[in-house]
Ligand binder design. Structure first.
Ligand code: IPE
Ligand code: IPE
Ligand code: MG
Length: 243
């Protein structure tokens, strides 16, 4: 395969890759530019990484785009992020569709501006039959909020006598989470040096591998992605067992 910077085994590429895209603001600051410039550049990285993920054979790609905590940011920045989401979808939808990418969201998108919801619904509908790569955008997503919502749904079903308490199991919980369309992540990448989850996929990462890089999201690229996958492939996933 062309453009392999590392000795990656294409048979053992993570099936589900999840990325905490961090460092847009710090990258922009280092260039003496406004934070929104960093977000704009970050969208270009998304384009590159979606394409490269598909090329390498990743089946599920989840991108943390906006957390339940990100509402705490200044309104101008939140607005800029929402506008970028709309322009990304408008600009990329045809190409994503052509490339066999299925677009999904995780999190509670009902709180997003109407124009975002419309664009997301349109994108999901148009790409719903695509099979090559499932791209999940985490929007107004929080791991705790997703678990809380699941607890409420299950409690209601118990109350309505739809299910028995004895029947509640891990698979059921996974099914009620908004991440229910994908498998648990094999590899979680966080850019920009921070080594924390920031409320991302709390239930789902039980046995994920983690990879942290100092590269800011706008400077993360195909080579950095391959490096992360190469690192992942050289780990021993034991899942609690012994060899
Ligand atoms: C990631 O970059 C994008 C979002 C969280 C939406 P940041 O905006 O968090 O950039 P830093 O961490 O402040 O540098
Ligand atoms: C996590 O990044 C959320 C996203 C990447 C969307 P943050 O920049 O919001 O996380 P903290 O505040 O540094 O933990
Ligand atoms: Mg950040």
């Amino acid at each position: 395969m062309e453009r392999l910077y590392y000795d990656i085994d294409l048979e053992k590429v993570p099936q589900h890759l999840a990325i905490i895209m961090d460092g847009n603001g710090r990258w922009a600051k280092s260039k003496m530019m406004p934070r929104t410039y960093g977000h704009k550049k970050g969208v270009e990285t998304i384009r590159k990484i979606v394409e490269e993920s598909k090329r390498l054979g990743v089946k599920y790609l989840t991108l943390y785009a906006f957390s339940t905590e990100n509402w705490k940011r200044p309104k101008e920045e939140v607005d800029a992020l929402m506008n970028l989401l709309v322009s990304y979808l408008k600009k990329e939808l045809a190409e994503l569709d052509k490339n066999g990418v299925r677009i999904l969201t995780i999190g509670d998108i009902s709180a997003l501006p109407k124009v975002c919801i419309n664009e997301l619904e349109k994108s999901k509908e148009k790409t719903k039959d695509n099979k090559d790569l499932t791209l999940s955008l985490a929007l107004n997503y929080g791991g705790r909020a997703d678990i809380l919502n699941t607890v409420k749904l299950i409690a209601k079903n118990v109350k309505d006598e739809q299910i028995l308490i004895e029947d509640i199991n891990e698979e059921m919980i996974s099914k009620y989470l908004t991440t229910n369309e994908s498998v648990d992540p094999d590899l979680v990448i966080r850019t920009s040096g921070e080594q924390r989850l920031s409320n991302f996929l709390l239930w789902e990462v039980a046995y994920s591998e983690f990879y942290f890089t100092d590269a800011h999201w706008p400077e993360f690229d195909e080579k950095e992605l391959q490096k992360a996958i190469y690192s992942y492939q050289n780990r021993d996933r034991r899942f609690g067992a012994i060899k």
